[in-house]
Design a protein around this ligand. Sequence first.
Ligand SMILES: Cc1cc2nc3c(=O)[nH]c(=O)nc-3n(C[C@H](O)[C@H](O)[C@H](O)COP(=O)(O)OP(=O)(O)OC[C@H]3O[C@@H](n4cnc5c(N)ncnc54)[C@H](O)[C@@H]3O)c2cc1C
Length: 431
Amino acid sequence: MSKVLVVGGGAAGMMAAISAARAGHRVVLLEQNEKLGKKLYITGKGRCNITNACDLEELFGNVVSNPRFMYSAFYGFSNHETISFFQSIGLDTKIERGQRVFPVSDHSSDVIRSLENELRRLKVDIKLNAAVTGLITEEGRFCALTMKSGERLQADACVIATGGLSYPTTGSTGDGYRFAKQLGHTVTPLYPSLVSIQLASDAPARLEGLSLKNIHASVSVAAPKQENTGADNGEKKKKTLKTGKILFEEFGELVFTSRGVSGPVILSASSKIAEYVPKYDLLVHIDLKPALSEEQLDARILRDFDEAKNKQYKNALDQLLPQKIIPVIIDMSGISPEKQVNAISKEERRKIARLLKKVTFPVRALGGFDEAVITKGGISVKEINPSTMESKLVQGVYFAGEVMDVDAYTGGYNLQVAWSSGYLAGSSIPL
Ligand SMILES: Cc1cc2nc3c(=O)[nH]c(=O)nc-3n(C[C@H](O)[C@H](O)[C@H](O)COP(=O)(O)OP(=O)(O)OC[C@H]3O[C@@H](n4cnc5c(N)ncnc54)[C@H](O)[C@@H]3O)c2cc1C
């Protein structure tokens, strides 16, 4: 039996502590907050989307950064094993739309409680208000942790499960990146991801709260940014992207915020464009009528205009568009809102059809870490053994969860990364 210290009492840390204790280790779980699972508590709008009940191929497909690194972790502790694991510790789950798995009670607090009960049953020593300040190694091996209290804790192994940078009020202060760097690890550039996109336009302020279902959204490159923002700290030089290159496209739902756009399709877009935002001027395009070709849409507008030929342009679009967006579209079309519909030329009508198929806004920035669901980037997976989650540089140091350079789409996939990597780290520590 060896002594194991787990740093971070979030999803990955609690799972690592459970699997290490089940394997027969003496485990101490160190959490700087006054309670465990502060971020878990707010997941899934307080309901905790624990995982996704999709098949394994889809699970890999929903990991955006470094899915192949997760091979052993997902095969060793899959999403279906997550569901049976929670069942075994007394938490009933249900599957909702999009195969999202939630606790039957709809309370994330029940997820935390069930994990805590299991930790206590396994006699894991849970230390709260226990902030770790550094790692001590000897001859390339882990030997101890230093604590804010001044204490020094010795052990045979430690698991770093300190999370990322998003929602820092939950305890994600980026300490794990610092510890890893001190050990000689590379930390890839860090970006907020699964986050809203701010637009350089006055439209969002006029459209705030408007939700558009069944649209097609895409993001393309306008041009490289003039100034170098210095955001590519240490990143290898990549080829310059061509103007017009599509970085992301998807059908779905978006919602306007006061400063930009959010909603499922935009959160997914953010995780594909995060690294390009500091380097390129980007454009968001919205196809408001994805089911119709431009010609079909033109024919539809012609029909609507025929029925409203004595009305003004500003009063002739309500069959086609939500009320709130009509003034914005009218402004963007450049046609006078007072113009009689029967005076609108064929060319102008075509212009409206083209516009509705591609409403374009320049991107100002992504939302910040304070509102991001996940951190993109982290400890380079090239320096972590994917079969054990052990550092390739320092023996006895393991990593799990968001602190690593792995991130996924929404739908329960990020927590699955935490459960699988935490489980693998905890169960790989030699007795
Ligand atoms: C609003 C929101 C909603 C989300 N909803 C979902 C969802 O429904 N489904 C999903 O799959 N994912 C969701 N996520 C993402 C998910 O929460 C994360 O992927 C997951 O929590 C990462 O787990 P972790 O254990 O790696 O990190 P965390 O959960 O962040 O845990 C890290 C822990 O380490 C502690 N710590 C840090 N530094 C130290 C230190 N020096 N000493 C001691 N302790 C330390 C922190 O206090 C923290 O408790 C959501 C995220 C947010 C922000």
